[in-house]
Design a protein around this ligand. Sequence first.
Ligand code: ADP
Ligand code: MG
Length: 613
Amino acid sequence: MAPAAVTPAAKSDDEDNYEEYIPVAKRRAMEADRLRNRRISKPAAASDGSPASLPPPPPPPPTNSPAPDAAAAKPSLLVTSTQLKRAAPEVTATEQVILQEKEMIENLSDRKTLMSVRELAKGITYTEPLLTGWKPPLRLRRMPRTKADELRRKWHILVEGDEVPPPARQFQDLRFPEPILRMLREKGIVQPTPIQVQGLPVVLSGRDMIGIAFTGSGKTLVFVLPLIMVALQEEMMMPIVAGEGPFGMIICPSRELAKQTYDVIEMFLAPLKQAGFPEIRPLLCIGGIDMRTQLDVVKRGVHIVVATPGRLKDLLAKKKMNLDNCRYLTLDEADRLVDLGFEDDIREVFDHFKAQRQTLLFSATMPKKIQNFAKSALVKPVIVNVGRAGAANLDVIQEVEYVKEDARIIYLLECLQKTPPPVLIFCENKADVDYIHEYLLLKGVEAVAIHGGKDQEERQNAIEFFKNGRKDVLVATDVASKGLDFPDIQHVINYDMPAEIENYVHRIGRTGRCGKTGIATTFINKNQTETTLLDLKHLLKEAKQRIPPVLAELIDPEDAETIAKESGVRGCANCGGLGHRLAECPKLEHEKSVAIAGSRRDYYGGGGYRGEI
Ligand code: ADP
Ligand code: MG
């Protein structure tokens, strides 16, 4: 390099070692100039061999922003990011939706609902299931895995979890006492249904379980029979004394369902007592009836409690009952419980447990969100799935008709003729129930009605009269849509289409129970949102039902099939609707606004949101 390349500043440095201070901005500008000159002179230098860098011209006055050419030399952030993006593998729109959904589900899946605050605070986690004295008979224990898998395939049972107990094809395989087996036979219950084939060995073994199966597929027995066995076992080991108990508990989302489950338990307890087994005392703990009679049972010592969350919470808070010995908990229609806003009540109930419990969740609809938080809160849970969670029972013929709002009441009378009674009519609000009830009575139809605004006696009578055939038609809100088992209902009429597709599945599930077929007629009109109608359309499609033209012409969301296939989640993870994805879930929006409203109410000291029980 030629000596001429030495800058005047460098020269003076050499002479007296004095380094003149150059402000940063000025230095940057000098550097930029130097680079610019070098680039300009480079081609020339290459051709005539003259030095590549020349002494820089006097620097321009310092500016606050770096010289534009500096940016050219060092790629800007924008350029870098574009280059990086180009280098990164392309993320398709579908993948983006899947990623976004995954993140949203994680945020929604709050495991705290199923854990007590005490356990969370102390970091108590249980790692091993609670042992029971029950073991499958040797023949079942020796069943090779391939055989068990084959049986499950045959019965369309999907299982998930570690060391899943083998399926049992006969009630006799399950070591129930003779009086229970006799009662089952008397009721015509000879062959277990698929959820019972797999669910009963799982629950009897003491494992936590999430049971998902169609409406009317016999889920009740899966948690009732093992609970009776637990109570018997505990009572035989150490008889309960006054004020003690319960050993096990079932929580239901409606008083009527709690009463029904309680009746099933009593049905099995009576022959046991007659046969000389120790007395097991159950308690029906629901609102709307006198608390004193409930307390009398508690005082004597109670083995099994069937409850709705509100009354149970009250009893526990007032220290009238404790869960010190409780080791078995079932949430029937678990997703409905969470949906109806009972999360806080359930969490409070969990706080009363003093030790590990066996936790069971059952429903016909169980969106991914709830499955996820349950999976993380339960101990080594086994998920038993018969049919898709949220799918309609295939024994129900679903008919959907477009009926203008004003024409519905007249058409309803015509519709009632479709089948002989009993018929169940659902509508969303209480005022409509009263209106239809009155109209039917005026027309001479033997009808009863039930909704959350009626007193408990009226509600109970309505259900009883309808169940035993003294009344032909029951008009109800969704309070009667969950879990109620009316024998021989042939026809369910939806006077309106519920906004949530899961409610629709539960409503129509009141017919077509346990192998029988039934019809469901649903009135739709312009009052329903497109999302609801799309969900309905896809549910009909899944159940291979006729799709009316008004639904057929709705445009399906793009890519839904691909996203479902690639993410492994069919439909919306929040509400189970097949016509939309999680990001478009109207229920999610509603939940958010309820949560915001709820937090405001709390601030002003008001009550929280409460579903109809
Ligand atoms: P789910 O809770 O799944 O909706 P339920 O437990 O209420 O269904 O049962 C529906 C009906 O089927 C009940 O009347 C019950 O007595 C009857 N049932 C249950 N298990 C069997 C069975 N294995 N065989 C015949 N009927 C059964
Ligand atoms: Mg049920």
